[in-house]
Ligand binder design. Structure first.
Ligand SMILES: O=C(O)C(=O)C[C@H](O)[C@H](O)COP(=O)(O)O
Length: 212
């Protein structure tokens, strides 16, 4: 049995029930946004590499006490190197390729790799990863699908992401193979653009209450 390569990713997923998935257009929003989410009880933050501001946002969020900032949307080895250089403490990818896994291992960046099927999850398990992102969660069958995958593969844990909302998060968080879930609803674009940091802190607090 290979040693787990997911030890650090699992620790990060254990920090809170929800990992905010962040799309940041203006790096000036990064620090107050991270402070609001951390204050609300969500310390693990995933900044998607989907905007030109993302790497600068990671740099700034990495300065926020109590936060653990990661880079999402890792697709290529160049993404991995850029994320690491910006100060990301973990990475998240929608799927997994040999090149991506090798780059994360070479850079020492803990990775939460994406899988949507039993075969994808089994291939990652063979390579030492037992904490995975279930993506796209709702489109792949939601909590019933993840529960069914977990029956024969109880040694793999998941962070479902994609379509997770306050309305369905409890369905996922109640599964024995779910450690946390990812979601963008805790940082809605209108609140970020308006600088409504207290509103975002309140959304984070509500998200923490989804477990239990
Ligand atoms: O960009 C990435 O790295 C992704 O993998 C996609 C995100 O995880 C989902 O877009 C979040 O989904 P929503 O919470 O439904 O908005």
């Amino acid at each position: 049995m290979m040693a787990s390569k997911s030890t650090r990713a699992r620790e990060i997923c254990d920090l809170a029930p929800i990992v905010p998935v962040l799309v940041i257009r203006d790096a000036d929003h990064a620090r107050p946004l991270a402070e609001a989410l951390v204050a609300g009880g969500l310390p693990a933050l995933e900044v998607t590499l989907r905007t030109p501001a993302a790497l600068e946002a990671i740099r700034r969020m990495a300065q926020v006490p109590g936060g653990v900032v990661g880079a999402g949307t890792l697709v290529t080895p160049d993404d991995v190197r850029a994320a690491k250089e910006a100060g990301a403490q973990f990475g998240v990818s929608p799927g997994a390729t040999e090149a991506l896994l090798a780059a994360c291992e070479a850079e020492g960046l803990p990775l939460l790799p994406g899988a949507a099927t039993a075969s994808e999850a089994m291939r990652l398990l063979e390579q030492g990863y037992d904490m995975l992102k279930f993506f796209p969660a709702e489109a792949s069958g939601g909590a019933p699908a993840l529960k069914a995958i977990g029956a024969p593969l109880p040694q793999i844990s998941f962070c479902p992401t994609g379509g997770v909302s306050p309305g369905n998060a409890r369905d996922y968080l109640g599964l024995s193979n779910v450690v946390c879930a990812g979601g963008s609803w805790v940082a809605p674009v209108d609140k970020v653009e308006a600088g409504d940091w207290s509103g975002i802190e309140a959304l984070a607090r509500d998200a923490v209450g989804l477990r239990g």
